[in-house]
Design a protein around this ligand. Structure first.
Ligand code: HEM
Length: 141
């Protein structure tokens, strides 16, 4: 990731923070519209889940300048996602739902450069989570 991309992700995330509850509603609306079969793996009451996802995204975004500081937490989350019955292909759908949500939430601030910066951010997080999940599954095979 380039410093410019980090800056773009952090500055656009700062625009999402004031509307974080709306963004969370939009995100899960997009996700379950894109793939309704994902709904049953989440709790019926999504209130806590929405807060947790947004808090984790905030931590990750703020940690982009120092990836070493967040890598342990991201790996641990990837391993926990195995217990939630999350598989690698689901990460693509979640990534698409996240990008769509940012596009909706950011309005005029959304452009190709911002999209690329968020794509790199999400892909990096997802590959660390999937990698840790794979290692965990192999170690316990
Ligand atoms: C970068 C990607 C992701 C991030 C940052 C993220 C973040 C989180 C966080 C912070 C939690 C709270 C519990 C914990 O930390 O263990 C959580 C739980 C969960 N996530 Fe994710 N997640 C990601 C990808 C996914 C994907 C791809 C799926 C599949 C659809 C998914 C489904 C779930 C489910 C089902 C739970 C548990 C809900 C419950 O039973 O309470 N997540 N996620």
């Amino acid at each position: 990731m380039t410093p410019k991309q980090i800056e773009l992700v952090q500055s656009t995330w700062a625009m999402v923070v004031p509307i974080v509850d709306t963004a969370a509603d939009l995100f899960y609306g997009n996700l379950f519209e894109m793939d309704p079969t994902l709904r049953p793996i989440f709790p019926e009451d999504m209130t806590e889940q929405k807060k947790k996802l947004m808090a984790m995204l905030g931590t990750a975004v703020n940690g982009l300048n120092n990836l070493d500081s967040i890598i342990g937490a991201v790996k641990a989350s990837g391993v926990r996602h195995v217990d939630y019955k999350v598989t690698a292909s689901m990460y693509d759908t979640v990534g698409a739902a996240l990008l769509k949500t940012l596009e909706q939430g950011l309005g005029d601030a959304w452009n190709d450069e911002v999209k690329e910066a968020w794509t790199v951010t999400y892909t990096t997080l997802a590959s660390v989570m999937i990698g840790a999940a794979d290692e965990h599954l192999k170690a316990n095979a």
